[in-house]
Ligand binder design. Structure first.
Ligand code: GLC
Length: 481
């Protein structure tokens, strides 16, 4: 057992450098939380966790202060490609940025051209293995995330003859199973990767990065315990359930955390009236500002339902819209903030046309407004069809905004019916409306509502809890050596 355990965390995006979705929040927080664990949590083992990211044009890292630390050729049929690595740091943690033609040519982290993304992430994943030998630091564990970096684990499995790579253990965190990377047959052969023969994986899955990474990973970590169970079923397994069931003893769900310093209602500059659990009255003033900002009628007694989300099928926006359209004459207001699928955006706009004095649909990315919704709306709606973990419901609870959620994945693991929020089980407008009814009934009773808010706000959603579990997992992997 080494006294220091080196972990390289592989991700497509990480806050504060570049953020598109929830993966960025995790990759920007978990590695730091692991580094900051008290020695007792790691039983004396020092965790040297570092992060490696692709250097996209849209990156906010200051490239002028980065140091070039390694370069390597990556085999590709028709002409090998150069990979260069630069180093910077984030709150004391070394962060590597990797670049090369497939990355520097890409406009964004995820593009609408799936083939471009497949090429880029295959290059990124394989280049990581090549540059590793050139760094003055070697990982004991490669910790990949989602399909983008899954091929690094697959390629590693075929390099067992290489003494530097052979001793590395692997973890794959699963943030979103349906995104598997798509058919990459051409790319796999162009980068010299052997085809897989695994009878429990369907043929179509054997050429997609995520299933290959799942096959290769020593352990698989879905981002909540419930999601870890759900992916073993046909409903959530997306055709991989048979294979995943065969791996059940290597699958461990670990719930994500949130950055409780970054999301702190007592110290949030975006809130005109910061508050804590003992000063809940201030929330009412934030609600007033929210209503004023959005030009909604300023009514303290009217419950405001907020949603901050990617506008995507996964998130159940259509269900929310259908339910609200039937909600009838009782007072309610609804605010939706986010961007995404144009047809869902359009449906949302239609609801505002029907209810111009109740509904505001704001189709943009707006961090300050998101925070005002968390700190001013009464309820937070998440009717997700599936939700591997979900971060917004945890942020909402920290801000005393009571979640109303579909009982799935991480939503089920973080919200308690009648105590910290409200859950519905059937994915129907009726079930959603019943949960809203229960919430509104509680809202009508000030004492009861404050009680719910206090419960919700008192929970600890910080990263330390998750980091402790990952640390134990890392430890168990190297113990097997
Ligand atoms: C994905 C999932 C979400 C999860 C996030 C971070 O965006 O959809 O449920 O919270 O990844 O793990």
């Amino acid at each position: 057992m080494p006294a220091t355990l080196n972990v390289l965390f592989l991700a497509a995006e990480a806050s504060p450098f570049v953020k598109v979705g929830g993966l960025a929040d995790v990759a920007g927080s978990l590695p730091l939380a692991l580094r900051n664990l008290p020695p007792e949590a790691t039983r004396g083992l020092e965790l040297d966790v570092r992060l490696i990211l692709p250097l996209h044009r849209s990156n906010r890292a200051d490239t002028t202060t980065m140091l070039p630390v390694a370069s390597a050729l990556v085999y590709r049929r028709g002409g090998s490609l150069m990979a260069d690595v630069y180093q910077t740091s984030l709150r004391g943690m070394p962060v590597y940025f990797l670049t090369g033609d497939p990355i520097s040519n890409a406009p964004t982290v995820y593009s609408s051209d799936a083939a471009l993304d497949r090429e880029k992430y295959a290059f990124f994943s394989l280049a990581i293995l090549e540059v590793l030998r050139k760094l003055d630091w070697q990982p004991d564990i490669l910790h990949a995330n989602d399909w983008h970096t899954a091929l690094a684990l697959y390629a590693l499995r075929s390099r067992r003859a290489d003494p530097v790579l052979a001793r590395i253990r692997t973890v794959l965190t699963l943030h979103n199973l349906p995104y598997m990377g798509g058919d990459s047959r051409d790319i796999l052969s162009a980068y010299g990767l052997m085809p897989l023969q695994e009878k429990l994986l369907p043929d179509w899955a054997q050429t997609q990065p995520l299933p290959l990474g799942l096959w290769a990973a020593d352990v698989i970590v879905p981002v909540s315990p419930t999601y870890a169970r759900e992916i073993l079923t046909p409903e959530f397994g997306h055709g991989l359930e048979t294979y995943l069931r065969s791996r059940a003893d290597t699958i461990t769900g670990i719930l994500n955390g949130i950055d409780t310093t970054w999301f702190d209602p007592a110290r949030d500059d975006a809130l005109p009236y910061p508050f804590d659990v003992d000063h809940l009255e201030a929330r009412a003033q934030n609600k007033e500002v929210l209503q004023k900002t959005l030009d909604l009628p300023i009514e303290a007694e009217t419950p405001v339902i907020g949603m901050v989300t990617r506008i995507d099928q996964q998130k159940g926006i259509d269900l929310a819209l259908r339910a609200l359209a039937r909600f009838g004459e009782r007072p309610w207001q609804f605010v939706l903030l986010g961007t995404g699928d144009p047809s869902l955006e359009n449906n949302a706009r239609n609801l505002q046309t029907i209810y111009p004095d109740r509904v505001r649909i704001v189709l943009r990315y707006d961090d300050a407004l998101a925070r005002l919704i968390y700190g001013g709306a009464d309820c937070f709606l998440m009717p997700s069809r599936y939700e591997p973990c979900g971060l917004a419901q945890m942020i909402a609870m920290r801000y005393g905004c009571i979640p109303i959620v579909h009982a799935t994945g991480g939503l089920k693991d973080t919200v308690q019916e009648g105590k910290t929020g409200f859950l519905f089980h059937e994915l129907t407008p009726e079930a959603l409306l019943e949960a809203l009814e229960r919430a509104f009934k509680a809202f009508a009773n000030q004492e009861k509502w404050w009680h719910l808010q206090r419960n919700a706000m008192a929970q600890d959603f910080g990263w330390e809890r998750s980091a402790r579990q990952y640390a134990l997992l890392y430890r168990s992997l190297v113990n097997k050596n």
